[in-house]
Design a protein around this ligand. Structure first.
Ligand code: KG4
Ligand code: ZN
Length: 338
């Protein structure tokens, strides 16, 4: 079965072609270069960019897959959550394609699709599993009992973890997007010389998250030293390391707690921050200590892409799920299926 995946929830215009769960092509074209100077994604600019490039991204994906549009059996598109204008570009495009090709269209949840990136590998999670989504817009722990059967266990009460990385990078003048910049700055550092952020938050036993405190702690730390301009490169690196360590270790600790609470031994991770090397190292250590099998996508599939959109649509299709042509986009994550 050939599935065309379309993802336009934020600043990436992405199209992928899958044969069952095998990737034939995946193309991602980001409008990040247009947002950089604003320090964050501007919804109107992202939306217009999707309109301009989506046909070309589709062409490229078909070319790479050596496929004709007529070979598509299913179209899977991100329906939620995301920037509403941006979502509507992908959804309208998918509906028009579905109608003209006379193939079904399925709208999928992007947060869940981040977990489904793990189903693009030969070795994938077994149900039930705990899913940890760490992206620019979401930080969620989810108990996944099957395709379209999930329950939210905990989520951030304020900033998403990727958003916290982005804001801390801004405080440290490291540019945007902040996650990779903070990781790069923290490289080679393995102790913080007394810089520790927000211990109380890291000891919180609930499965919810809060990242606004640690972000503010970094801000005050920098202010107390007279501003980032007054800091030496090594000090900036140590702050980046201290923040990254605290955030990644806490996220991993909560994911392991969720597995223990729910009595499950499979953990799947997804979302942009799962590309972070500290998080990847920590999860490997903790999972092995606690007898948990963990799954994390290859680096390219951690960030937004349409292969994960396609594979989730494919699995939903096999379960009999269909969307109709009245489908619209939604800004929020859907917690309800169970
Ligand atoms: O999943 P994603 O591509 O988009 C959303 O669905 O939000 O995640 C983007 C987020 C950004 O906040 C970015 O700074 C963060 O993922 N990110 C990272 C790394 N690479 C991307 N955060 C920490 N370390 C990284 N290496
Ligand atoms: Zn995402």
């Amino acid at each position: 079965m050939i599935t065309l995946g379309i993802e336009t929830s934020c600043d990436e215009t992405a199209v992928a072609v899958l044969k069952n769960r095998q990737i034939l092509s995946t193309v991602v074209y980001s409008s990040m270069h247009l947002h950089k100077k604003y320090g964050g994604v501007i919804p109107e600019i992202a939306t217009r960019h999707h309109v301009e490039v989506i046909s070309y991204v589709l062409k490229e994906a078909l070319k790479k897959a050596h496929m004709d549009l007529k070979a598509m059996d299913l179209i899977s598109v991100t329906q939620r959550p995301g920037l509403i204008g941006a979502l509507l570009v992908g959804i309208s495009f998918a509906k028009a394609l579905g109608y003209s090709l006379d193939v079904p269209v399925i709208g999928i949840d992007h947060v869940i699709a981040h977990l489904w990136a793990n189903f693009l590998s030969k070795d994938y999670p077994k149900f039930p599993f705990v899913g940890l989504v760490v992206s620019g817009g979401h930080t969620s722990l989810i108990l996944v009992k099957g395709v379209n059967k999930y329950r939210l266990l905990g989520q951030t009460q304020d900033d998403a973890v990727g958003e916290a990385f982005d804001k801390v990078a801004k405080i440290l003048n490291l540019g945007y997007p902040g996650g990779p910049a903070v990781e790069e700055k923290a490289k080679g550092i393995n102790k913080t010389d007394g810089i520790r952020f927000s211990e109380s938050f890291s000891r919180d036993p609930s499965l919810d998250f809060s990242f606004s405190g640690i972000k503010t702690a970094v801000l005050y730390h920098v202010k107390k030293r007279g501003g980032v301009e007054k800091l030496k490169e090594k000090e900036i690196s140590e702050i980046a390391f201290g923040f990254q360590k605290e955030v990644c270790d806490t996220v991993v600790r909560k994911a392991i707690s969720a597995c223990k609470n729910e009595g499950v031994t499979n953990l799947a991770i997804g979302g942009g921050v799962s590309a972070n090397s500290r998080l990847r190292k920590k999860i490997a250590e903790e999972a092995s200590l606690n007898g948990i099998d963990f799954f994390i996508p290859t680096l390219g599939l951690c960030l937004d892409n349409a292969a994960m959109t396609a594979v989730l649509g494919y699995e939903l299709f096999k379960k009999g799920v269909r969307s109709d042509l009245y489908m619209s986009g939604f800004a929020n994550f859907d917690h309800s299926p169970s």
